[in-house]
Design a protein around this ligand. Structure first.
Ligand code: NAD
Length: 423
């Protein structure tokens, strides 16, 4: 379906957003029809209903998903999110994006994603632990270091991965650290993984401003989301000399034209469990921050925040997508007309999965790298992939997003063709 024929409901559906870009890129590649059909849909979708004994003594049943989009290039790889509004369509889209992302940065993984419909903010640690363990147990035949390797995503973290690793290991009767990534350091995690997605965002921003002839010190940045991705992107970029003028969170935003001291904001968040009330910036409407005057806008929270409704008002010269799917397909065309330089999600936030790949390699080697080695290898991959996508866009006369999809679809398609169809 062409992006211009999407209805408003379709525009906000992440699966439709993914499929619209996939179809456009596949069409431009003149992709073989059979390979197109294989790659358009996930290869496996698992739905589990997880009984959990709550602290009150009552039993609650939560619905969880694991979608494996592709294992053509290696084990499926992708995060697990906990949120009240998770849907199968969303997890499908996120799983497909993982396939394309791993192919864009050329690491040997396919794509997967998981999610549980729950409100983690209303659950205790013990309830979250029991839910995570039962979810892992339900998926025990489908995940594994050579099959599908989960990782953290929205509302899951190193502790969640520790529980998943332990549960899987108990079933295997041996410790299997490489079954998940994003683990605590003491349990086979990688140095640099916590900051990796934000660091990757900074690396591609460095490349983008260089291309546009800008300097870090005069580049104003607005970040949406102060979670794992957004907070570390803001912190590293602030330390590197960028001016972070706005932070948008779900319950309010912060704005300071002279730049926000992100290390002070980290300390404030630690003390107050949120960014509100920070004295180093003025409160600001978080939605308006997306269209504030700045050079770089980094949506690093959730899907469908740059849409046909606000894309026209975006003033940033560079849109660097820390989140997955923050821009709808309809907004792509508006941004292209406005000549906004887009660093698409499947490239911009690939620092996370790239360092997860390093973690998986280190766990299997049983040999752990220094942090500067991890960061150096990450930089090599991000800089190289940025150059490949931009070069592809220029030589094929397409925008950066479609270039990234074309590069990825071509890589995955060739692998499927060479492996052949098992009958
Ligand atoms: P997180 O849960 O650590 O943080 C998300 C933050 O966004 C939270 O602080 C939340 O309050 C805020 N938020 C949610 N909705 C918002 C809204 N409408 N407006 C403003 N703020 C909002 O999650 P994360 O791991 O940082 O992931 C963020 C995004 O990045 C997701 O799209 C995720 O899929 C993507 N991503 C994460 C990683 C990773 O390594 N964690 C890697 C690649 C991509």
């Amino acid at each position: 379906m062409s992006t211009s024929t999407l209805t408003l409901e379709q525009e906000f559906n992440p699966w439709e957003a993914q499929a619209a870009r996939f179809d456009l890129a596949a069409q431009k590649l003149n992709l073989d029809e059979g390979i197109w059909k294989i790659m358009r849909y996930p290869s496996r979708e698992i739905i589990v209903h997880i009984p959990v004994l709550m602290d009150s003594g009552k039993i609650e049943v939560f619905t969880g998903f694991r979608v494996q989009h592709s294992i053509a290039r290696g084990p499926a790889k992708g995060g697990v999110r906990y949120a009240p509004d998770v849907t199968l369509d969303e997890v499908r889209a996120l799983a497909s994006w993982m396939t394309w992302k791993c192919a864009v940065v050329n690491i040997p993984f396919g794509g997967a994603k998981g999610g549980i419909i729950c409100d983690p903010k209303k659950m205790s640690q013990t309830e979250l632990e029991r839910m995570t363990r039962r979810y892992t147990a339900e998926l025990v035949e489908f995940i594994g270091p050579e099959k599908d390797v989960p990782a953290p995503d929205v509302n899951t973290n190193e502790q969640t991965m520790a529980w998943m690793m332990d549960t899987y290991s108990m079933h295997m009767r041996q410790t299997v650290t490489s079954v998940v990534t994003g683990k605590p350091l003491a349990l086979g995690g990688s140095r640099g993984r916590r900051e990796a997605t934000g660091r990757g965002v900074m690396i591609v921003c460095d490349e983008a401003i260089r291309k546009l002839g800008l300097q870090r010190s005069s580049t104003r940045v607005v970040v949406q989301g102060f979670g794992n991705v957004g907070s570390y992107a803001a912190k590293l970029m602030c330390e590197a000399g960028y001016k972070i003028i706005g932070i948008a969170e779900i319950d309010g935003g912060l704005y300071n034209t002279n730049g926000i001291d992100i290390n002070a904001l980290f300390a404030h968040k630690e003390r107050n469990r949120g960014i509100q009330g920070f004295s180093g910036a003025e409160p600001h409407d978080p939605k308006e921050l997306l269209v504030a005057d700045c050079e770089i806008l980094i949506p690093a929270a959730t899907e469908a925040v740059i849409t046909s409704r606000n894309a026209e008002r975006v003033k940033a010269r560079i849109l660097c997508e820390g989140a997955n799917g923050p821009t709808t397909a309809a907004a792509d065309e508006i941004l292209a007309d406005k000549k906004v330089f887009v660093v698409p999600d499947i490239l911009a936030n690939a620092g996370g999965v790239t360092t997860s790949y390093f973690e998986w390699v280190q766990d299997r080697q049983g040999f752990f790298w220094r942090e500067d080695v991890v960061n150096e290898q990450l930089k090599d991959i991000m800089v190289g992939s940025f150059a490949e996508v931009v070069h592809y866009a220029e030589t094929h006369q397409v925008n950066n997003r479609i270039a990234a999809y074309m590069l990825a679809i071509d890589r995955v398609g060739r692998t499927i063709k060479t492996r052949g169809i098992y009958a």
